[in-house]
Design a protein around this ligand. Structure first.
Ligand code: F6P
Length: 528
C-alpha cells in the first residue's frame, strides 16, 4: 500500500479511548515486544489492532531494505555509500565492493583495545600517567561517547573523561581549567577532520599542551576517515584510528569514535556494549515484523506523528545517568529523518520526522510536565526505567523513581474528570468559584505513552537501547521513502558561517539582509 494513502486511511481510527482499548488483552499483547531482558510496552497508545495491521502491511518493504543495509548495499543513495555501522559491532563477513570489510574493522578494534589498555594501565605515559582524557568532537563525534560515558558511570574505572564540542571558547576554557597538560590525552574525533569547531578546539588544545610539554602531538590521538589530514595536524599514525565512509557520524560510536568510552570503562565492558547492540541487530534481522521491537517502535512513531499529527515526541528516561540520551536521540532522529524530499527528490507530501526532545525523570515532572498533562497539544511520551539502580543502599530512591515513572503514564492515561476535580475542591470553594477552580484541575487524560523497561542499565543494555532507536529511525525512514543517512540540511549554515567570518572582522556587510546587517553592526559596536 502506498504510504500516504495508508496514512490517510488510518486517520478515521485515531479517536479511540485508550482506557477502552486496554480492556483487550490480545491487543495489549501485540503492542508489547520483548528482546532479551528488555520489554517495550506500547499498549498505552490509541492504536487499535486494525490500524496496527494496516501499518504492518505498510511496512512490508522493510525486510528487503534492512537486509540490503546489513549486506553492505549502497542504500545511502545520495552519497553512493553503504550504511554499515552494524558491521562495527558485527561478527559476520560483510562485502563492500567485492571485499570483506570485517578484517579491517577487527584490526582497528584490536588497536583501540591495545591503546585503551596502555592508557589505563599507565604504559602509555609520554609525560606521566594519563589522568584525564579530553575528547574534542561535535555532533556524532561527541554525543555518543559523551552520553554513554555518563550512562555507564558505575563501570567507569579508567581516567576521567571530558568532552569539548562547542566552538565557544568557554567550553575549552572551562574544561582545561582543572587539567594538567602533562597527564592529559587529547582525542580529536572528527570523521571528516574538516569540522571548523573541532579543528579550532584541537588547535587551541595543542597550543595549551605545547606550553607544558616538548612534543604536544605525542599526547594526541585522532579518530577519523581522513588520515592525510590527521597527519598534517601532526598526529602519528600509531595513534590514528580510522574508519570508512560507510559509518555515518551519528552512528559512529561503535567504532573509533567510541575510544574515549573504551578508555573510561575498559575494553571488556566496551565489548559488552557492542554485544548488546549486536543482539538487537540480530533481533531486528530475524524477528517477525509483528514481534520486532524496532519495528513496533517505528510504527508507533508513525501513528503518532504522521497519522495523529502530534508534532513532537518526548524521550523521558527515569534514569539520571541517561541525562544525555534525549540529546543523543535528537541528533540520531532529527538529522536522519528531518528531511523534505523522498529518495528520488520529490517533495514529501507530509511530515517526515518529529521534533524529539526530553529530560530525565523525575526532574522533568517539576518543569515541563504541566504542558504534557494539560496543554492542548498531546506529546507522546517515551518513558524508560530500570528495575534496579546501581546503589543498593539507596534502593528506596529507586523504588520512588519506578513509582514516579509508572504514575506519570497512568496519569496521562486516566486524567482527572470535572467531577473528580470538583470533589478535590469541594469544601474550599462553592458556586461559580468552585466551578472555575475545578476547571483548572481537570486533566483530559487519554494521552499516549510507551514504556521501555530493563533490569539494570549496564553496557549491554545501553548498547541494545541505542541500537533499538537506530533501527527505529531506519524503519521510519524506509516507510517514508527518504534517505535517513545524509544530512544536506546542515550545509547552508556552514557555508554562510564561512562567508560571515570576514564580516565579524569588520569587512563590508552590505550584501547581507537588513536584519543581519543591523545585528552585526550592534555586535561590532559593543566590541569596540
Ligand atoms: O554538521 C553535521 C555533522 O556532519 C554531523 O553529521 C556529524 O556528526 C558532525 O557534523 C561532526 O562531523 P565530523 O565528525 O566530520 O567532525
Amino acid at each position: 500500500m502506498e504510504f500516504w494513502t495508508g496514512i490517510e486511511s488510518l486517520r478515521s481510527q485515531t479517536g479511540g479511548d485508550i482506557a477502552d482499548l486496554l480492556a483487550d488483552e490480545a491487543r495489549n499483547a501485540r503492542l508489547r515486544a520483548r528482546h532479551g531482558a528488555m520489554m517495550f510496552d506500547a499498549s498505552k497508545t490509541s492504536i487499535p489492532t486494525a490500524a496496527l495491521d494496516t501499518l504492518l502491511e505498510m511496512a512490508a518493504g522493510v525486510p528487503a531494505r534492512r537486509d540490503a543495509m546489513f549486506d553492505g548495499a549502497a542504500i545511502n543513495e545520495t552519497e553512493g555509500r553503504a550504511v554499515l555501522h552494524t558491521a562495527l559491532r558485527g561478527t559476520r563477513p560483510v562485502m563492500v565492493d567485492g571485499a570483506d570489510v570485517m578484517p579491517e574493522v577487527q584490526d582497528t578494534l584490536a588497536r583501540m583495545r591495545d591503546f585503551a589498555r596502555a592508557v589505563r594501565d599507565g604504559s602509555f605515559a609520554p609525560n606521566g600517567r594519563i589522568t584525564d582524557v579530553v575528547n574534542i568532537g561535535i555532533g556524532g563525534s561527541d554525543l555518543g561517547p559523551a552520553m554513554a560515558t555518563i550512562a555507564l558511570a558505575p563501570f567507569h574505572d579508567g581516567p576521567r573523561c571530558h568532552f569539548v564540542s562547542n566552538v565557544d571558547g568557554a567550553d575549552w576554557a572551562d574544561t582545561a581549567k582543572g587539567l594538567d597538560p602533562k597527564t592529559t590525552l587529547v582525542i580529536v574525533a572528527s570523521k571528516t577532520f574538516t569540522t571548523i569547531e573541532t579543528l579550532t578546539n584541537a588547535k587551541t588544545a595543542k597550543a595549551w599542551m605545547g606550553e607544558a610539554v616538548a612534543d604536544p602531538a605525542a599526547q594526541f590521538a585522532a579518530l577519523s576517515t581522513a588520515q592525510d589530514k590527521t597527519s598534517a595536524f601532526g598526529i602519528d599514525l600509531s595513534r590514528v584510528f580510522g574508519f570508512a565512509d560507510w559509518v555515518g557520524g551519528r552512528y559512529s560510536m561503535w567504532g573509533p569514535i567510541g575510544l574515549s568510552l573504551m578508555i573510561a570503562i575498559g575494553p571488556d565492558a566496551f565489548d559488552a556494549f557492542l554485544g548488546g547492540a549486536r543482539s538487537m541487530d540480530d533481533h531486528f534481522r530475524t524477528a517477525d515484523l509483528a514481534e520486532n521491537m524496532p519495528v513496533l517502535l517505528a510504527l508507533i512513531g508513525i501513528w503518532h506523528h504522521q497519522v495523529c499529527g502530534y508534532p513532537t515526541r518526548a524521550v523521558l528516561p527515569y534514569d539520571n545517568r541517561l541525562a544525555r540520551l534525549p540529546a543523543y536521540l535528537q541528533q540520531l532522529e532529527m538529522e536522519s529523518n528531518g528531511k523534505g524530499v523522498t529518495m528520488d527528490g520529490a517533495t514529501l507530501p507530509g511530515p517526515a520526522g518529529p521534533v524529539v526532545w526530553g529530560e530525565p525523570g523525575t526532574n522533568g515532572q517539576h518543569a515541563f510536565y504541566q504542558l504534557i498533562h494539560q496543554g492542548r497539544t498531546p506529546v507522546p511520551c517515551e518513558f524508560m526505567v530500570a528495575a534496579k539502580g546501581h546503589e543498593p543502599a539507596l534502593d528506596n530512591h529507586h523504588k520512588l523513581l519506578m513509582a514516579n515513572c509508572l504514575a506519570q503514564s497512568e496519569a496521562l492515561l486516566r486524567g482527572r474528570s470535572l467531577d473528580e476535580a470538583r470533589e478535590k475542591v469541594a469544601g474550599k470553594f462553592e458556586g461559580a468559584e468552585l466551578e472555575r477552580q475545578a476547571a483548572h484541575r481537570v486533566f483530559e487524560g487519554n494521552r499516549p505513552s510507551t514504556t521501555l523497561i530493563y533490569p539494570q542499565l549496564d553496557p549491554a543494555t545501553l548498547g541494545a537501547i541505542v541500537a533499538l532507536y537506530e533501527h527505529r529511525v531506519f524503519v521510519e525512514g524506509v516507510m517514508l521513502g527518504i534517505n535517513s543517512f545524509d544530512q544536506w540540511g546542515v550545509e547552508l549554515g556552514k557555508e554562510l558561517a564561512t562567508s560571515l567570518g570576514p564580516l565579524v572582522d569588520g569587512a563590508d556587510a552590505s550584501g547581507k539582509d537588513a536584519s543581519t546587517q543591523a545585528l552585526l553592526a550592534q555586535l561590532l559596536a559593543w566590541r569596540d
